[in-house]
Ligand binder design. Sequence first.
Ligand code: NAI
Length: 230
Amino acid sequence: MMLHSPASMPSRAKIPRPTVKRLSLYLRELESQATSPPRTISSRQLGNALGLTDAQVRKDLAYFGQFGHPGVGYQFSELTTELRHILGTDRSWRAIVVGAGNIGRAVINSEHLANKGFAIIAVVDSDPGLIGTTVGGHRVRPISDLTSIITAENPEIGMVAVPANAAQSVTDELIAAGVKGLLNFAPVRLKVDDSVAIVSVDLTVSLEQLAYKITLGLTGEGDETPRHPG
Ligand code: NAI
């Protein structure tokens, strides 16, 4: 059975963030089995692989419609296709990277991103020592070219990989030039208007989450499996 069509889907804004985060984990797990995919996969199998309960898996997927087949599970290829559709990864995305330092270079050099449909189309930096050098096949261009690059090439995503004190001004420029979403690596809360999507990546937050889980004896990628029940 298919999921809701986008028109009949419940408002995305009402779907809890942790659910959306888990959809990526479900997709990653399915894609890891893609070389010899099973015909079907049950909520228990999917949950077990990720340290989640089958009830959690069913609840998450139910936000997107009544699907799955009682006693059988989910059709593997159908679920993979639908998760990609829901997450928007069944299309390609174009990104400009601002800041060609440690983080920027790691992102630019990641083949994994390109394989997942995220193409870096340009890299800009303010350091005269970096401008004109090549990183991951891209010539680093001056920050003063940012607006003209975005106007000409229309990337939807801007990646902010500059020091914290430069992050807001870079963000303002990216938005004014027309990007639709920002991936922010700088450890600051950026001010953006409601027209722009933003996701921040912070290893410190992830490490704090890990410390919390170890402290509580939580295992797996979920948050409800005590290591020592009772
Ligand atoms: P870095 O110093 O190696 O690179 C920053 C780059 O930004 C430099 O090439 C610099 O020339 C450039 N830059 C500075 N001002 C600019 C401007 N106004 N316009 C264009 N380019 C500009 O720094 P690194 O290690 O790559 O870190 C980048 C950011 O990521 C920092 O805010 C850092 O705090 C943060 N960070 C985030 C982590 C995370 O988990 N998300 C982990 C480590 C660092």
